[in-house]
Design a protein around this ligand. Sequence first.
Ligand SMILES: *[C@@H]1O[C@H](CO)[C@@H](O)[C@H](O)[C@H]1NC(C)=O
Ligand SMILES: *[C@@H]1O[C@H](CO)[C@@H](O)[C@H](O)[C@H]1NC(C)=O
Ligand SMILES: *[C@@H]1O[C@H](CO)[C@@H](O)[C@H](O)[C@H]1NC(C)=O
Length: 443
Amino acid sequence: MLRGIRMLVLSLMILHSVCGYQLENGGRIWALLVAGSNEYYNYRHQADVCHAYQILHRNGIPDENIIVMMYDDIAYNEANPTKGIIINQPNGSDVYEGVLKDYTGQFVNSTNFLKVLTGDAKGMRGIGSGRVIKSGPQDHVFVNFVDHGAPGLLAFPSDELYADDLVKALRKMAVNGQFAQLVFYVEACESGSMFDSLLPDDLKIFTVTAADPHESSYACYYDSVRQTYLGDVFSVMWMQDSEKENLLRETLHHQFEVVRTETNTSHVEEYGDLDVGSMHVSDFLGFQISRKPNSFTAKLPSVSDSVPSHHVPIAILERKLEAAVDPKEKQEIRFQLHRIMKYRRYMDNVVTKVLMLATGKDESRVQELKLNRYKLRLENFRCYKKLVAAFSENCFKLSDNPHAFRQLYILANVCGHEEMSMHSVMNAIKQVCSGYPQLRGII
Ligand SMILES: *[C@@H]1O[C@H](CO)[C@@H](O)[C@H](O)[C@H]1NC(C)=O
Ligand SMILES: *[C@@H]1O[C@H](CO)[C@@H](O)[C@H](O)[C@H]1NC(C)=O
Ligand SMILES: *[C@@H]1O[C@H](CO)[C@@H](O)[C@H](O)[C@H]1NC(C)=O
């Protein structure tokens, strides 16, 4: 018996050292890691993704099988006091060292993401590293996306990925035999809306989202030296669990349960083919053979300082204000805070005006559209994409105004409402916003 176990461990070690990503069925693990934001106040998104890379790397997945998309404006950002270093937890180690940079800057966009995911090497020729997920029918694919979101969409630095396009791409991959199973972890506000009632449960795709379809995800670990948040609660929790547990024994479903319990700020959800949840985490994240049981004893600091993602710009300024001593500096921070608040009120006003115009001043209908959060169905996306595009073009360009993502649920409500006409809202958007100056760059 003991000898059998020793033999098993030995053969596992050999397998791992030769090809740690080789699966029992002969397949391999592929991973696509994406941070969809840029700018220093979003430090945490790229920190999460760099950390995810370090975990996969330590777990024996070779760089050839990992693709990383991140804007890469954090490590050497002028606001970063520790140039060339990114950390993901208080006093944490550098997660930037050695990280892959397949697609950076403007190449981090939704078109490229879908091409890389679906293995469109031809479409990526001459762009970034040009590498794509070249997975086959025996392979396991792990995708991790971290950024801002809104109902039915995930943000990229200068465009958006819509849920219907994502589900279409995943379906195509399943049909083309591009994976045996695929696991997708998403950290974003309203991330549940990317899959809820949209992702079929028979494609061998298992997804876990930081939040349900209607709520914020949360940032955590404010660092007073770096003056930004280092992580996001859901990401911190799944990565902490992955560094602590024996991944050869832990199932995806168990990890989901642990992370759901520990993420008390939002509702972590699972979607898709829940049977995949009975597979081991090591089948998607690899494993560390040299790891001693319970070697990970250091407990991470609690995430008690977490704030909703959209509140981060304000929370950072409040922290800076607390720490500032120079009266002139305090004055400047107060001014910035005031400007953000005023801007957000202004945005709310614009949206209310649009709705008032579109409904012929039907105040109860306006309230209904503002207070509810209807589910986006596949057939609503045509309308939703048009309204979001019109809102972004005429009112607040989404890539320059992250707070505008907070208003999009109202457009989703319009599209799901039987008595609302898309055209009247479209015209109202154009009419109301042509009367306002385009404002940019206020968060
Ligand atoms: C991190 O380091 C600082 C000093 O640089 C120390 O004051 C603090 O207690 C440490 N925090 C943790 C969580 O270890
Ligand atoms: C994404 O980047 C590629 C390569 O630079 C470009 O051709 C494409 O138009 C971009 N897509 C979007 C939506 O910005
Ligand atoms: C979540 O748990 C932490 C401890 O890990 C606690 O400090 C915090 O208050 C809790 N937050 C909520 C919203 O319950």
